[in-house]
Ligand binder design. Structure first.
Ligand SMILES: Nc1ncnc2c1ncn2[C@@H]1O[C@H](COP(=O)(O)OP(=O)(O)OP(=O)(O)O)[C@@H](O)[C@H]1O
Length: 447
């Protein structure tokens, strides 16, 4: 029995020769495979295998939330960006972004953010969730910024629950956080990047520090508050939830200050659009879709934009006209109107649009027709009331012997609140300052 076993067992040299033949065959087979099957097909087969096995063995499900979708900011990405910083204590990797942007107060507490690839754990109705931020280089243009996206991972069986309830929950939470935010942003559109760049908005003007007639102030605050609470009303009457304001008046009468007061009152960020940098109507539409809900869209100096000013062909010679046309933006009046009042105006909710101009009379009448801009506000020269308010703010006085002559002069001559504030900042001593102001006003009368 034993001898038959040994006689049937192949010799060591036979095993070695079988092994060598097999190896040679494998190498030959692999070489043939590499030469016959193109690399793309090989990669495809490998990826299919990998997918199949990873899906089979992996019990997780991942949602991918990209920053941009269909050329607009993905609101789910934005909601996650606002919501996740509230979970920073649950970051599971050992790093955090730290930044301080409060220029006025270097001692202010820094803000913390989520670094790329850091994992944040969330818990929703007992479901364990993992968020990770990724950033990938976009090679489409050398100016392009990296593409950012979140991965949200949960157990497969909770996929539907997350889709139906969790995304709605983070979107609601982000709106709540934004309403209570203490930092507003002012955004500038960068055409090269095709995106709005935010900066911290730290204008301290409020309705308390803005010197305007009390009637105007109260009407405006009422109007803004009823707009903010008017979601159902706008829906019922079938109108886009937006409000348009035209601020007009001479330079230095507080138009920009009023915009800041509105932003601070509403807690809305500002999108400051330079119409001159917009190439055409298509670009205007794209820019508009990249803004967020609960914001102010500001277009300053509307009279300087070709789409908005009234026609005046006869007044300028041909050469000047051609020169001007070359530099003019190609935003048309109809593009602008569509943007104020047409279908495109409703692509963002709870939006305030503010136009400012120093020359209302130069605007095309089509822009001024009822319904285009809901409220027209004249920001005028300094009145006695406005002067007293400014004196109370700058000099901290309610009354002074020199008030009367100043108020009388303000009734007959034109001085802007900006000119008055400049004079009021000369000294903290009311006698010196008010004397200087009287001299300034006298010089105006003579001039
Ligand atoms: N009504 C006001 N109340 C308080 N301060 C004011 C007021 N108007 C102007 N000022 C002061 O004058 C400065 C310039 O005003 P502001 O820039 O708001 O005017 P404007 O009408 O927007 O001018 P422009 O048309 O040149 O942009 C402000 O920074 C502020 O200090």
């Amino acid at each position: 029995m034993a001898s038959s076993f040994f006689t049937k067992t192949p010799s060591l040299s036979a095993i070695f020769s079988i092994y060598t033949s097999l190896s040679a065959f494998t190498i030959l087979f692999r070489t043939l495979l590499h030469q016959i099957i193109p690399i793309q097909i090989r990669d495809f087969i490998i990826s299919k295998f990998t997918d199949y096995f990873s899906t089979y063995f992996n019990s997780n499900f991942t949602f991918i939330i990209e920053e941009q979708c269909d050329y607009v900011t993905n609101q789910t990405f934005r909601a996650a960006q606002v919501y996740l910083p509230t979970l920073l204590s649950r970051i599971s990797t050992g790093s955090l972004l730290v930044s301080s942007s409060n220029l006025k107060n270097p001692m202010a507490k820094p803000k913390f953010g989520i670094p790329v690839k850091a994992k944040i754990i969330d818990e929703f109705e007992g479901i364990h969730l993992e968020w990770t931020l990724f950033s990938a280089k976009d090679n489409t243009s050398y100016m392009s910024r990296p593409k950012r996206y979140f991965h949200l991972t949960c157990k497969k069986e909770f996929r539907d629950k997350i889709m139906s309830d969790y995304f709605a929950y983070i979107s609601k939470s982000s709106v709540k956080i934004l309403t209570q935010r203490d930092n507003l942003n002012i955004h500038t559109y960068i055409p090269e990047y095709k995106r709005w760049e935010p900066a911290i908005f730290q204008h301290h003007t409020t309705f308390e520090t803005l010197a305007i007639e009390p009637e105007l102030k109260n009407t405006l605050i009422r109007d803004l508050d009823s707009f903010a609470n008017g979601k159902d009303f706008f829906k019922t009457v079938g109108r886009a939830w937006k409000r348009g304001y035209l601020l007009y008046g001479p330079p230095g009468t507080g138009k920009s200050s009023l915009v800041a007061a509105i932003a601070n009152h509403m807690n809305y960020s500002i999108y400051d659009l330079q119409l001159q940098s917009v190439k055409d109507d298509a670009m205007l539409r794209q820019i508009l879709t990249l803004t967020e809900n609960r914001s102010i869209l500001l277009i300053e100096d509307l009279d300087c934009s070709s789409g908005a000013d009234a026609r005046k062909e006869d007044k300028e010679d041909d050469e000047n006209q051609t020169k001007k046309k070359k530099n003019d933006p190609k935003v048309t009046l109809s593009g602008l109107l569509n943007f104020v009042d047409g279908l495109w105006s409703s692509c963002v909710e709870e939006r305030i649009i503010i136009f400012t101009t120093n020359h209302k009379e130069k605007l095309d009448p089509a822009l001024l027709r009822p319904g285009r801009m809901d409220v027209h506000i004249l920001m005028d020269y300094c009145t006695p009331f406005v002067f007293k308010k400014l004196a109370a703010l700058y000099l901290e006085i309610e009354e002074h012997d020199m008030f009367e002559p100043i108020e009388k002069m303000l009734l007959v001559l034109k001085a802007t609140p900006a000119e008055i504030t400049e004079q009021l900042m000369v000294s903290k001593n009311p006698d010196v300052t008010l004397k200087g102001l009287i001299e300034f006003l006298k010089s105006k009368r003579i001039g």
